[in-house]
Design a protein around this ligand. Sequence first.
Ligand code: NAD
Length: 270
Amino acid sequence: MSLVLQDSVVFITGGGSGLGAATARRLAADGALIAVNDLDPIAAQKIADEVGGIALPFDVTDSDAFDAAVDQCVASLGRLDVMVNNAGIAPQDVSNKMDLTIANQMKRFEGRIADMDPMNYLVDLTNDAWDRMLRVHLYGAFYGCRAALRHMQPQRSGRIINISSILGQQPSAAAPHYSVAKAGMITLTKSVAAEVAHLGINVNAVCPGYIETPLLTPFSEMVKAGIVTRIAKGYMGEPNDIAEMIRFLSGPESSYCTGDVFTVSGGYNG
Ligand SMILES: NC(=O)c1ccc[n+]([C@@H]2O[C@H](COP(=O)([O-])OP(=O)(O)OC[C@H]3O[C@@H](n4cnc5c(N)ncnc54)[C@H](O)[C@@H]3O)[C@@H](O)[C@H]2O)c1
């Protein structure tokens, strides 16, 4: 009996850790051949070895490197069926603003709105931090969609899955650059989906809530505890919760889904 993704070729960016690594394992278990990208070549190789795939390390902000790696994937594995634009970086840790946050919340409860202090999330944001955030997530997804379509259009089939975030839907005041980048990925998804639906190519976005991965390592326990109070389920998700959604969007069960946005957040309400 053949597996549901037997011989499908999947390219995953940022596949050396967290959600990308879980996705590589999940799709390989259903028969897919996996090309694992990561900025970290050792991490990419480790997951590629684990799933019997190939490692293609590069920085997703380098469009020439992206094109070359996708070409190499097709040359090595024969085709490209699924592109998962997943590589990402965390917003800055805001633990140093916890005291200010709590003080402002107290003032809000007391109705002393005019006494609340500026948080300076945006004012403290550097040009470099803004640029890098948009380059990794939004430019990376653009390069990934473009490189994938060059192969998927002639074959008249394919799936592109852009890993956005709940913060792309419910922007965080503490992370305007991350929220904007992730919202941009949702709009990119809808725009590209409308262009290529008639070619048999589906393009969707997944918006994870807070999932326990190394991305959250810089966050203090106090910040994480604050986040959990806003999750209806009462705990953060695990990488497989997202990998299962990506598996659904990679397979035949989701053939009518395109330009759609799939939130997996445990009921997060920011
Ligand atoms: N973990 C969460 O709570 C959460 C929530 C919402 C969205 N996301 C998104 O999910 C995606 C995966 O995050 P994760 O939680 O698995 O994080 P992670 O840190 O565990 O993995 C991200 C991987 O991306 C790689 N990477 C970073 N920059 C890169 C670049 N320029 N080129 C190639 N690879 C690069 C890293 O080396 C790392 O291996 C990200 O886009 C993230 O924004 C995560």
